[in-house]
Design a protein around this ligand. Structure first.
Ligand code: PLP
Length: 283
């Protein structure tokens, strides 16, 4: 089935959608994005994604292409016309097309592109077995709190993991884990959830915020602080969170089993709570 996608005010078949070769997203990675999960044909955490998008745009002094209400309407229309029951909506805003120059163009209009992808997310085999991660140096730029389309290093990280027979990588800076290549990282020790505190060093995950809220409601203790790979290897459990994978247990770090090497009870419980609660508030 040919998808219908959205480009700058138009709904088009994917084969007819076009963006200029002068677009600064293409030339300079001068763009930001969001990925919103769809379950039961509804959007999970739309409000959080819209707010983070607005923040990313503001931090980069980029124009907002449409209002939050218009953004919601576009998301809903794409989900409807493409008959997405389970999957995601990808959204990208760039500074727009202009002659190539390092200085921001004064009169360029932002480019707005959205498309859907159908994908099984709830019944993921990895949720039952857990995933394995390797550790890699975090050599990304210093504003990881802005969700830019500069994804080459995360991509290289995933390839390095794959080459070592692992599923993903955790990134390490100054001796401490920042986050996963495309997710936030957590460990559990003696019933306490430990995860990196917010700052410019990590993306402020929308799923992270929701999961920590649900954990607090379930009376689980939380420590927001940096932790090392050594501490993670000695933990009882580990897991990652992201919009498309929810809560995913990590059972191996650099080839060593975490805890029993099986999916831990807290990660399993948080995944269940997250799915249940997110479905209730999906729009
Ligand atoms: N950290 C990074 C680097 C990411 O790329 C992502 C998601 O793409 C996340 C964390 C998780 O964020 P969210 O829960 O908003 O999907």
């Amino acid at each position: 089935m040919t998808r219908t996608v959205y480009v700058n005010g138009e709904y088009l078949p994917e084969t007819e959608a076009k963006v200029s070769i002068f677009d600064r997203g293409f030339l300079m990675a001068d763009g930001v994005y969001e990925v919103t999960t769809v379950l039961d044909g509804k959007l999970i955490d739309f409000d959080g994604h819209a707010k983070r998008l607005a923040r990313s745009l503001n931090e980069l002094e980029m124009k907002h292409p449409v209002t939050e209400e218009e953004l919601l309407a576009i998301h809903r229309k794409l989900v409807e016309v493409n008959e997405v029951e389970e999957g995601l909506v990808y959204l990208q805003v760039t500074r727009g097309a202009a002659d190539r120059d390092f200085a921001y163009p004064k009169d360029a209009e932002p480019t707005l592109v959205l498309f859907t992808q159908k994908k099984q997310a709830v019944n993921s085999p990895a949720a039952k077995t857990g995933i394995s991660v390797i550790s890699l140096p975090d050599i990304r730029w210093g504003r990881r709190d802005i969700k830019t389309v500069q994804l080459l290093y995360p991509s290289m990280g995933k390839m390095a993991a794959k080459a070592q027979g692992a599923d993903d990588a955790w990134l390490v800076e100054d001796g401490f884990v920042t986050e996963g290549t495309s997710n936030n990282a957590y460990i559990v020790k003696d019933g306490v959830i430990i995860t990196r505190n917010l700052g410019n060093e990590i993306l402020h995950g929308i799923t992270r915020a929701a999961v920590l809220r649900f954990a607090a409601e379930a009376q689980i203790k939380i420590e927001e602080r940096p932790f090392t790979i050594e501490e993670a290897k000695a933990a009882d459990e580990a897991f990652v969170t992201s919009a498309t994978t929810f809560v995913l247990p990590v059972t191996k770090i650099d080839g060593e089993a975490v805890g029993t090497g099986q999916v831990g009870p807290i990660a399993a419980r948080l995944r269940e709570i997250y799915l249940e609660e997110s479905r209730k508030t999906a729009i």
